[in-house]
Design a protein around this ligand. Structure first.
Ligand SMILES: Cc1ncc(COP(=O)(O)O)c(C=O)c1O
Length: 466
């Protein structure tokens, strides 16, 4: 196997970082780091749960790329299916036409989805799926006699993508401020961060969940039920460091949505395709939403692909007369992406990746929880193969770091130290400072130990530099 793509020769590998510095605009990246002489990390190859950089160094991929590479890197079977599809039909749109790949994938996703979520609208990614879901919610209510319903309720610190609608739904002020004014109608409620719950709920997760759910009802009442179209929730919220739903929370949110005729949208961009041990996390939590948005793991990252999956009820008005959802994307349901998704889902079935997560999630949690003996580790939380480790200044009081300390800890030390020690993952402070882990779904105890070993070493050093 080659270690670099064909267009990178051994002799110019060193110059790549310089070329990146001159021409590549990296996403969500503080470019001054590289203008000031920092080396752009360049990943050239992946195999299983490992990746290699242009200097030949190996890293454990603790984030599956970006919550994406569920089946692991280097799957020839997916590449071959994509190649065969590209040779047969490289592209055709879904604009009034269909092709077999999109049809078969839509049927397969509907089969995995809960309840009567049977209608699949393909997008190129998660943000577009969120955007599509909001647009559908608005038009659905216009078509069914409630034209003033347009607002969306979502949760503090949640990330739902970068298109301007999805950004309105996003609850991270610094990500929004540069682009304001955004789409009107985004209303925020508290998330389910139990570690930071109001004092009276610290020791009663169920009561905390019901308290958080009631904040949604309160917001609907406050905004006016006739103005609210949808509630967007990640079953396990990523941003802020993996907040699982407290017991009873999702059930109560479903009841509230039903009571006010508000659509429940589960944004499963991260939590679908095995991350929580089922094709959709909502299957595991036993609550049926009206819409699921998904992307990332659908192809294990071998091709960009996303989808909005809607219930029969939401599609019903679009079956009649000249009613049309005037919305679409050139790349939605791309034939090569559909082929990648089908091959990826074949691997899921054959290797029982969901079963692997369910069998090993307890061991993953127990291994990560060993880190709680370090003074800097305040909380270990998550579900499936999806965890956040919250770092604190004072474990007893749960005091967090101030902005300057957080900057020094995360950007000044942790991100680089983890990578230098062979673990690619994410040190993030969109909420409180956390390390995020979402490894490929093919791994077991040996790899859990490897992750824990590197984290232990680096977090011990981090405690010393502060
Ligand atoms: C919950 C959630 N929604 C939406 C998005 C946006 O997805 P994309 O980057 O594919 O547009 C993300 C991306 O991480 C996400 O985590």
């Amino acid at each position: 196997m080659t270690t670099t793509p064909q267009y990178v020769t051994e002799s110019d590998a060193d110059a790549l970082a310089e070329r990146a510095r001159r021409h590549l605009w990296m996403h969500f990246t503080r470019h001054s780091t590289y203008e000031d002489g920092g080396h752009v990390p360049i990943i050239v190859r992946g195999e299983g749960p490992y990746i290699w950089d242009d200097q030949g160094r190996r890293y454990f991929d603790g984030l599956s790329g970006l919550f994406v590479v569920q089946a692991g890197h280097g799957r020839a079977e997916i590449a071959n299916a994509m190649s065969a599809q590209a040779q047969n039909l490289g592209f055709f749109p879904l604009w009034s036409y269909a092709h077999p790949g999109a049809i078969m994938l839509a049927e397969r996703l509907a089969g995995y989805a809960p309840g009567d979520l049977n209608r699949v609208f393909f997008t190129s990614g998660g943000g577009e799926a969120v955007e599509s879901a909001w647009k559908l919610a608005k038009q659905y209510f216009k078509l069914t006699g409630k034209p003033t319903k347009y607002k969306v309720i979502s949760r503090a610190v949640a990330y739902h993508g970068t298109p301007q609608g999805a950004l309105s739904i996003t609850g991270i002020p610094p990500a929004k401020v540069p682009f304001e004014p955004l789409v009107p109608g985004g209303v925020k409620v508290p998330n389910t961060n139990h570690y930071r719950a109001p004092e009276e709920y610290r020791y009663d997760e169920k009561a905390f969940g019901l308290w958080a759910a009631e904040r949604i009802a309160e917001a609907i009442e406050f905004e006016g039920p006739d103005s609210v179209a949808a509630v967007f929730i990640e079953p396990v919220q990523n941003s802020g460091g993996c907040f699982p739903p407290p017991p009873g929370y999702l059930e109560r949110v479903r009841e509230i949505c039903d009571a006010y005729d508000v659509l429940l949208v589960a944004d499963e961009t991260i939590t679908s395709f095995g991350r929580i041990g089922d094709f959709f996390a909502m299957n595991r939590f036993g609550v049926v939403p009206d819409i699921i948005t998904c992307a990332k793991g659908m192809t294990s990252g071998y091709s960009p692909m996303g989808a909005m999956i809607a219930s029969d009820r939401l599609f019903e008005p679009f079956k009649h007369g000249n009613t049309t959802f005037l919305h679409g994307y050139t790349w939605g349901g791309h034939p090569v992406g559909a082929a990648a998704a089908m091959a990826n889902l074949d691997i899921f079935e054959r290797e029982d990746l969901n079963g692997n997560v369910r069998d090993n999630e307890g061991a993953f949690r127990r291994t990560l929880e060993k880190l709680l003996d370090l003074p800097i580790v305040g909380d270990v939380r998550g579900a499936g193969y999806f965890y956040g480790i919250e770092l604190v200044k004072d474990k007893d009081t749960r005091e967090t770091f101030n902005e300057e300390e957080s900057e020094r800890l995360l950007r000044g030390f942790l991100s680089k130290a983890l990578f230098d020690n062979g673990l690619y993952c994410r040190a993030d402070d969109r909420g409180d400072p956390v390390i995020q882990l979402a490894p490929p779904l093919i791994i077991g105890q040996d790899h859990f130990d490897e992750i824990e070993g590197i984290l232990r070493h680096v977090l011990t050093e981090a405690g010393n530099i502060l």
